[in-house]
Design a protein around this ligand. Structure first.
Ligand SMILES: Cc1ncc(COP(=O)(O)O)c(C=O)c1O
Length: 404
């Protein structure tokens, strides 16, 4: 069979099989012990006091935003307000903002690391009117961290909260601290192509216990109960108030309009098995990026290869075609794919290139030059942990064959 280097791979080894078998043998397949364990272990790995598991990264973003809207401690975060975010990301980030009833406002990005440019965020806040802005929602794309000091400073000066989309950066460090720990909360995806893989699963991490409780309620259709594990049949319901009659069941009393964002223990079990290897996965990906940078250095007149730092947890190997290059992305990516190297464009610039957001096109034409450039000239290939040296050589050979 012809060799194909995929963006991501999953291998279910002995640890993963054992975890999955334990779910089957427990007879409990919906969210339960494995989910609670994943919440604890992932929060500990990233460095927050708590977190709430969900069925996807998209749900996590929507859950976190809804909880912030419902939470009366944040009077500025209400439906209709604006959220300053990145235009170059998977559509889920913007979709969640819109589905939560808020408006995305896009700031421009750094063309190499895709992080929000603080001066562009500041301008977006100013032009939107600080009173109409609720949040800054940076995306740590491809494993690159945002400039959190500057974003937190802008947020503090304008009385805004920061919500990090950390779906693509499991374990990336910013000044020695993991991303996802800087804002009021952060969303993660464990979709199969991400570094810690669980099939379909997400989480919102936070150190704010009230927000965590609210998210537990909202992910279960807004029930009054905010407990993680029900102890009703053991010690009696801890959510009962003196005025409640004995038949009152807070699991079926609804104080908010919420969602069903619960996951399955199969996914959480897989997540736990992968999480135990998180640092090995990060190290293997780092090494692949380092070696690919060496192997592809001959093409750096045409291609901006990834910035390398041992602090990063790379989701992929992102490349941006240089301005003065003769390389045309569509042709190059088609040829690369034909040579057996799977690739993806770097998402496009949401208000300019995504049809669902075409109503914003005119407003943003010419206003996000870096995002527009990356959206049309950026792409990524895999750097996953199962790659061998000969796979990296295979990639380099494909680049050599196409670029000469
Ligand atoms: C930056 C970002 N945010 C959110 C998501 C949504 O995650 P999911 O696919 O698990 O819904 C993704 C998925 O790739 C993502 O890359």
């Amino acid at each position: 069979m012809k060799r194909r280097i995929r963006i991501g791979e999953i291998a279910l080894g002995a640890d993963e099989k054992e975890a999955l078998m334990s779910v089957i043998e427990s007879g409990h397949i919906t969210e339960g012990d494995w989910a609670y364990r994943f919440e604890n272990e992932f929060a500990e790995y990233i460095g927050t006091d708590g977190g709430v598991i969900t069925n996807s990264g998209s749900s996590s973003l929507l859950l976190g935003l809804t909880a912030l809207i419902v939470d009366e401690r944040f009077p500025k975060i209400v439906r209709g307000k604006k959220v300053i975010t990145s235009p170059v990301t998977y559509a889920a980030t913007s979709n969640a903002i819109v589905l939560a009833g808020m408006q995305p406002v896009y700031a421009d990005i750094d063309p190499l690391t895709f992080k929000l440019l603080p001066e562009s965020v500041e301008q977006a806040v100013r032009e939107s009117g600080a009173d109409d802005v609720a949040l800054i929602l940076p995306v740590h794309l491809m494993g690159y961290p945002n400039d959190m000091d500057s974003l937190l400073d802008i947020a503090r000066r304008h009385d805004l909260q920061v919500f990090e989309d950390s779906a693509q950066s499991h374990g990336t460090l910013y000044k020695g601290q993991k991303v996802g720990t800087f804002g009021i909360c952060s969303a993660y995806s464990f979709y199969v192509a991400h570094n810690i893989q669980a099939g379909e699963m997400g989480a919102v991490l936070t150190s704010d216990s009230r927000l965590e409780g609210l998210m537990r309620s909202l992910k279960s259709n807004g029930r009054r109960c905010t407990c993680r594990r029900c102890v009703r049949n053991k010690t009696g319901c801890v959510m009962m108030k003196p005025e409640d009659d004995e038949f009152h069941d807070p699991r079926f009393m609804h104080t908010h309009i919420g969602y069903n964002f619960k996951t399955m223990d199969f996914c959480a079990a897989l997540g736990c098995a992968m999480l135990a290897k998180a640092e090995q996965i990060r190290a293997a990906r780092l090494e692949n990026v380092r070696k690919l940078n060496e192997l592809l250095d001959d093409f750096s007149d045409d291609l901006r290869l990834p910035l390398f730092s041992e602090d990063y947890s790379y989701l992929g190997y992102p490349v941006v075609i240089r301005k003065d290059s003769r390389v045309i992305r569509a042709n190059f990516l088609k040829k690369l794919d034909r040579e057996g190297v799977e690739n993806r464009p770097l998402f496009g610039c949401i208000p300019l290139h995504q049809q669902a957001y075409s109503h914003l096109r005119e407003q943003y034409l010419g206003r996000l030059p870096n995002a527009e450039y990356v959206g049309t000239h950026g792409f990524y290939i895999g750097c996953h942990q199962f790659m061998e040296d000969e796979d990296l050589e295979f990639i380099a050979k494909a680049f050599r064959k196409i670029l000469g």
